[in-house]
Each structure stands twice: as structure tokens, then as C-alpha cells.
Design a protein around this ligand. Structure first.
Ligand SMILES: C[S@@+](CC[C@H](N)C(=O)[O-])C[C@H]1O[C@@H](n2cnc3c(N)ncnc32)[C@H](O)[C@@H]1O
Length: 285
């Protein structure tokens, strides 16, 4: 697969020649203290087998400095029509003022930082398996003067107690996890959210991916075809979420959301509830 993707045979050389400034990347690479980052975010458990493989044609996948340095410049071009607009679409759907936000599979922290900038009063955490991606995220946070806490770990088995968050975001993760892992991550989200808490997921548009198979062959993405066959609405409902919906977002993408139900006895109207994520009258937790 590594040598047959459109990415390897055409797009990668094109990006390297025309779209990515190698000198700038090398300069950025030198500015970052990778060994300090790798010590700070050292893994506490073995990496799962599904993760230890190549993604996007990069040998070693996300466990490399190359992946961490090249991720943002490439992502700028592969989230049409504009990366900021695409990410902003998720943020704009969040109603109310979440107080504790978790961004799972946060990568280099692009969404995590945007969430913190949009909700400056919130405590924002980003979790990822890759020490290198977290090192880059931490570097970006320092550069922007934004305070986010970064954790190394598995999205499907986090160290946080039940009901720790009122908002969880997941962007561009599920097309990179095998079908058995996606429900495990959603169950973990359900456990972590407080009643009434919301989950937002930005990813590739499953409907378009199903009908345009070439889109699943552009990059070296080992699980994207399984993702395309799936249905995040079903997965969210199976995990126990309510008010589930998925909306197409700029044709290529989709934004899914679900809410953790309130206990039946607490479904009384409460106008002062701090969190009103749906834009509807809120209910006491
Ligand atoms: C395509 S990147 C998305 C990064 C970021 N969310 C964004 O929107 O740019 C996928 C990220 O998920 C991380 N990842 C993959 N499987 C994971 C898992 N089981 N637990 C935590 N992170 C995971 C990878 O290390 C990588 O940083």
C-alpha cells in the first residue's frame, strides 16, 4: 500500500516541491526540544499494534518528529476549502460555555488551541498517543501564550474520573482507528462526560467517502475504508448518546454530535444551568 497511494506517487513529491518550505520546516524542527518533549510525554503503556504503523506514507507513523513537523503544513491543504473554517464549524456548533473540555487525539493541538482561545475561561485538556505530536502541540501553545494541559495516553482508556468533562471534541481521529476501537472511544467519552455533556466529532464525510472510493485511496490511511463503511450516528447511539446528528460540512467533511442523557429525575427545566449546549432551554444536571 505504501508505494501505491496517490499520495506517495504524486501528491507527496508535489507537496515537497511546491507547497512545503523545507527550509522553514527544518528551522522549526531545530527550535523544538524533542528530547525534553519525549521525556515529558513518555508513554506509560505499550502502544497498541493498530497504531504502530505508517500513516500518510510516513514510516513510523505518528511516532516520529517528521510526522509532528509536517502535520500542520500538510493539513492546511487537505482540509478544503480552508482548515480554519473547517475547524471553526465545530466550535460554532457548541452552545453555552463549557467549563472542562477534552480534545481526544489532539495531535498538534490545532483544534485544542482554538477551543481554548474561543472559551478562555474553560479548562482545556488535549490527549494523544504520540509524544512527538504532543511536543509540537505544547510548542504551539507556548508560542501563542495559550494554557492547555497535554496528556499522553489512549483515547479509549483515559486516566480521568467519570463525569470529568462537559465537552469532548474529536477531530480527524476516527478515520484512523480500526472499527473495534471507535466504539471503545465513544464509550470512554460517555463515561467521561457529565450528564447533559456534549460530544462533537469532525471527520471525513462518510457518505461522500462511500460514494467516491478514490478519496479513500489518496493517502496511506489503513482504516479509512472501514470508516467510510461505518455510520457515526449509529455508533453514537449505540454508545448511549441522544440528540445524535451528523451534518455535512463543506462537502468533504462531517460534524457529528451527541449528548449524554440526563438522569430521568433531573429532566426539570433549570434556567440558570451553566451549560446549554443545544441552544434550547437547558435542564439541571
Ligand atoms: C489525523 S491526526 C488528528 C489530530 C488533530 N485532532 C487534528 O484535528 O488535527 C490523528 C491523531 O490521533 C492520534 N491517535 C490515534 N489513535 C489514538 C488513540 N487510540 N488514542 C489517542 N490518540 C490517538 C494520533 O497520534 C494523531 O495525533
Amino acid at each position: 500500500m505504501a508505494t501505491t497511494t496517490l499520495w506517495d506517487s504524486f501528491l507527496k513529491p508535489f507537496f515537497q516541491t511546491f507547497l512545503i518550505n523545507q527550509d522553514e520546516l527544518e528551522h522549526l524542527h531545530r527550535l523544538i526540544d524533542w528530547s525534553a518533549g519525549e521525556a515529558q510525554f513518555a508513554p506509560t503503556q505499550p502502544y497498541p499494534a493498530y497504531y504502530r504503523q505508517n500513516f500518510h506514507g510516513i514510516t513510523g507513523g505518528y511516532l516520529t518528529e517528521t510526522a509532528a513537523v509536517t502535520y500542520d503544513p500538510i493539513t492546511r491543504y487537505v482540509l478544503p476549502p480552508n482548515e480554519d473554517w473547517v475547524r471553526q464549524g465545530l466550535i460554532e456548533r457548541i452552545g453555552g460555555q463549557p467549563r472542562r473540555i477534552l480534545d481526544l487525539g489532539c495531535g498538534t493541538g490545532s483544534l485544542t488551541l482554538a477551543l481554548k482561545e474561543h472559551f478562555p475561561q474553560a479548562e482545556v485538556l488535549g490527549l494523544d498517543l504520540s509524544p512527538q505530536m504532543l511536543t509540537m502541540a505544547d510548542y504551539k501553545a507556548r508560542q501563542r501564550g495559550v494554557k492547555v494541559t497535554w496528556y499522553q495516553g489512549l483515547a479509549e482508556k483515559t486516566p480521568f474520573p467519570h463525569h470529568s468533562f462537559d465537552l469532548i471534541s474529536i477531530s480527524l481521529l476516527f478515520h484512523e482507528t480500526p472499527p473495534a476501537i471507535t466504539p471503545a472511544i465513544l464509550q470512554e467519552c460517555f463515561r467521561l462526560l457529565s450528564p447533559g455533556g456534549q460530544l462533537f466529532i469532525l471527520d471525513g464525510n462518510q457518505d461522500q467517502l462511500r460514494h467516491n472510493e478514490w478519496l479513500t485511496e489518496v493517502f496511506e490511511e489503513p482504516y479509512i475504508q472501514a470508516f467510510a463503511r461505518g455510520d457515526l450516528n449509529d455508533a453514537l447511539q449505540n454508545a448511549g448518546f441522544e440528540q445524535v446528528k451528523t451534518e455535512e460540512h463543506w462537502w468533504f467533511h462531517q460534524i457529528s454530535q451527541g449528548r449524554k442523557p440526563l438522569p430521568i429525575q433531573d429532566r426539570t427545566f433549570h434556567p440558570d444551568s451553566a451549560l446549554n449546549l443545544t441552544g434550547n432551554p437547558s435542564f439541571a444536571c
